[in-house]
Write a protein that binds this ligand. Sequence first.
Ligand code: SIN
Length: 512
Amino acid sequence: MAADASLPDKTDRLAFDGVLVLGAGLAGLSAALAAAPRRALVISAEPLGEGCSSAWAQGGVAVAMGADDSVALHAQDTVAAGAGLVQPDRAALLTGEGPDAVAALLALGAAFDTDADGRLVQSLEAAHSRARVARVKGDQAGRAIMQAVIAAVDAAPTVTVWSGARARRLLQDRDGRVRGALIAHQGRLIAVTASAVVLATGGVGGLFSETTTPAAVRGEGLGLAAQAGAVITDAEFVQFHPTAMDFGVDPAPLATEALRGEGAVLVDAAGRPFMRDHDPRGELAPRDIVARAIHRQRLTGGGAFLDCRAAVGDHFPDEFPGVFAACRTHGLDPRVSPIPVAPAAHYHMGGVETDAWGAASLPGLFAAGECASTGVHGANRLASNSLLEAAVFGRRAGHAAAAFADPGTAPVACEPAPDLPDAALAELRRTLSREAGVERDAEGLGRALALIEVLAKAHGEAPTLTAARLIVSGALARRESRGAHFRRDFPQLAAHPQQTRSRIQPATPVEA
Ligand code: SIN
């Protein structure tokens, strides 16, 4: 590699002979393992298994392995949920590689629930035409899968992990190729050059004041990629989970959709079921419809509660230990009382546009997991397709990044991206939840955009602000309602589904 004289003097340098993986959820660790025999350096803000949404996932992995199911049916449901914006070939790839991905996780020791004959027990979730969600002890899938994958990473001689580390800028050569990243680690700033970078930094939930994801997951990776000039697709599509538990805590604990799959009912404060007023599919209507119904219930003062007493009752501690524990922590016994619920930002369908192997529009950059837009989620992700996507596309991105030929060029000078102070972040989060939440309109989105500009002027273009601007300006530009994006002022579906693709150059969004 050519020596680089242009980085600031205070910056240490490391030429890493392998793949640099930013993020340590299921997608990042899957990519790091798949890069073998090439080496992988994983950058994780927290100790492995903490601070990533994967470990918090309650649902499970959607996979067509039941006797009455097929990969084609799973793909069909995935395409239908995505409201016209799923790429059918990618859905086929995701669902087709699902059984192998689950077999690989089983082989690593993820103990999915099985029946007496050793077959996977699979549950029903909204918008699935078959019971196909493989679970672990009811609501423990994310934690169990991450434990198994972390054990594999610990044992892998090719993988090194820096925890307590954070990417502060993508390094690029003069032609825009991604050459590594500026990493803050142990009080130092280190310019790590690598043959390829896999971005697996998770979603944007932490940009909203009501979220089910770890607060630190707030679109930084997306913002860094956008600032480097990567094409971002469909940033406006943020999925709001209908049943975050409303105990007034941040982040909000989740009451998994599997509870509704088991027959739990949404009721108002008087105990009256209300979902059939909104959709004949009731509690198992697609997630966006249930989220909007609950949102309106709350706006009109009716209240919204998940009544699990008849459907789960005394089995709660065994069947949904995570939800049960969260309720008990907040003084509620779900065997006796309905759980207060509210929609909360849960998953980002949009992200860094990739091909089927996770390659982004910038050479040397790959993306996988929630920060990526791989074409499988469209406007509305099908429940429990996210862990599946992280496993399938994480592996693909790891393989492709490992095979990417290092151009050997030097990165140009760069400074770490600015950070948003806590008070400004809190204001941004409140504003996005209010103005870019379950229901949106031009006026509110305009207010959100104005705040983003004020904050950028005051504090610099923090990656979180870039991510927020992409979401809000995408939502403003999409003058229709589709999937998880609902415009009060444009409630109809446009006749021809279109993706939003944007590329920032360097600070002004332009059409790609
Ligand atoms: C849930 O368990 O309800 C969440 C699963 C998912 O987001 O796919």
